[in-house]
Each structure stands twice: as structure tokens, then as C-alpha cells.
Design a protein around this ligand. Sequence first.
Ligand code: RIB
Ligand code: CA
Length: 320
Amino acid sequence: MANKRKIIMDCDPGIDDAVALCLAAAHPEAFELLGITTVAGNQTIEKVTENALRLTDFYGLDVPVARGAKTPILRPPVTASDIHGKNGIGDAEIPASERQAVPETAVLFMKKLFDGLGEGEKITLIPTGPLTNVALLFDVFPEVKEKVEEIILMGGAASGGNVTPAAEFNIYEDPEAAAIVFDSGIPVVMCGLDATHLCGISWENAAALRENGGRIARAVGEMVSFYLKSPAYKNRKAACIHDAVTFMYLLHPEIFKGVKMPVTVDCSDGIMRGNTLCDMRGFVPEEGLQVTVLMDADGDKFQEYLLEAVRSLDGSLRGR
Ligand code: RIB
Ligand code: CA
């Protein structure tokens, strides 16, 4: 890749967050991970922060971790223990980290990273959990927006939902935060369920990773196998690795189909809470089209590239 992208990943690990981070760690030629910030979502802020520290060590990433919001902006938190397990990463045994989170909260830590940019430099934000930290960052420090290259987020759907028939989990958890981010005027790529439902790892490949791989492959295989046994994937052939679509889009945009359109978030308390209303009518004036919604993906290519990344990270860390 011509030049590396400076990245902040805001996440709630989370099995698919953990696999997304593995994909990023396998591509140091493409990504300069400046920092990881955590947000309550799949599990509590304590657990997702502990997981982020353990996973960065486990993947050989010397990347600081900052603890973020423990609840959505207005609403009580909802975790997903049934899907991601009690520890949040499929109860996989990842060695404890010697490190602590940095003293700053996520918002202050992100502001510090933006302040440290050189002339003309920008950061790409990759949120893979509820958008609370990103929304608070834009509200408290609106000046950082001009230094955001783009936001590649996992969340939403042009049609359907997972946590309810109308809403995807990350948006449902904090719809007000999502509305702030979608309305920020910054280019957003929405990696929603329309594409992420096509992007997964199969039972067979999860078993192959578990049974004949290095430590990274075994851990990823274990986490994905837990995912496959969860209520979300009963009778499904593959587990959707939703969050990995963000980094995969930057590595292989050619395997996705994106359509630019306005997106409005439903912040009501009714049955449509957290719905991302995607306006596909096509006659909205250009300035209203700052969201690229991924509407299709080549799931075979996604799985091939993801498995390749897991094994290559194992290779590069062999002996470490
Ligand atoms: O709906 C899927 C999203 O919710 C993923 O980010 C998963 O990790 C959960 O946070
Ligand atoms: Ca997530």
C-alpha cells in the first residue's frame, strides 16, 4: 500500500472485534495503529478494556489502550454475554497483560493523538462498537473533525437488524451517539449487516484453525467456535465476523459494493429504536450523500483473506 493509514480503533472486544484486531495486526504495511479505545457494549467496560490489553499483547502490538464510556450517552447499557461469553471473547484463555490502560479516558486520549499529528496528517477512525466515545469526542472537541480522514464503522443495516428486527446492536445500544457521528459531516463508510452477514468463518475453517494452527490460529478458532455455538448462529454455516469488514474494506475495497446515500438514525424508544434509515431514493442532493453504505460483499474472498491474515500473523510471531 502506498502509505500507511493512521488508525484509532474504538472497540468492545468482543469476538469479532478480536478477530478484526488480528486482521489489522497482520497488516503493519497498511495500518499504523496509533491507539485502541474501548467502549462498553458486548461486555462491561472493565472486561472489554482487559480484553483489549490482552489481545494487543497477544498479537504482538505495542499499542496503547485507553478506557472509554461505561454507558451509552443517555440509555442504560445492554451487554451480549450470551453471544460473546462471560469474558467477552468466547471465554478463550488469552494470557493476562502486564500493562494497564493509559491514564487518560478514551476521549482525552484520542484528542492527544490528534494533537500529535504533523502538518496535513489525518487519522482514520475505525469504531466497531457503540459510537459513544466518538460522539463525545466530536461534541467536546469539534475541532478534531477536520483531522479525521474518514470513519469506517461497523454498525447499522439498510434492511433488517440483529438485536431487534429493526436495529443492529452497535447502533441500538447508543442511537444518539450514532446520530451525532452520521451527522458529523465526515465521510462515513457504514459496514452494516447487509455486507457483514455475508462475511464469516465457517465451522470447518474454525475447526481447522483450532486443530492445526499456531497460538493465534488456535485462539481465533476457539473464539469463532464459541460464536458459532451461540444463539446468534444456531443452524448457520458460518459466524459473521462483522467487525473485520472495516479493516478488510481498507485492504480489499474491490470485494465490496458501496452505495452513497443519506442515513438517518431512529432515536425513538419505539420498535424502530436504532434503525438506520438509508435513503435509497437517489434524488437527494449530492451534499446529503456523505455515507457510503456497503450493500454487498464477496464472502469467499473475505474468508480467504481473513484466514490468510490469521496464519501470516502466526508465522510472523512464531517463537514470540
Ligand atoms: O451487530 C454486530 C456488532 O455488535 C459487532 O460489532 C459485535 O462485536 C457487536 O458489538
Ligand atoms: Ca464490536
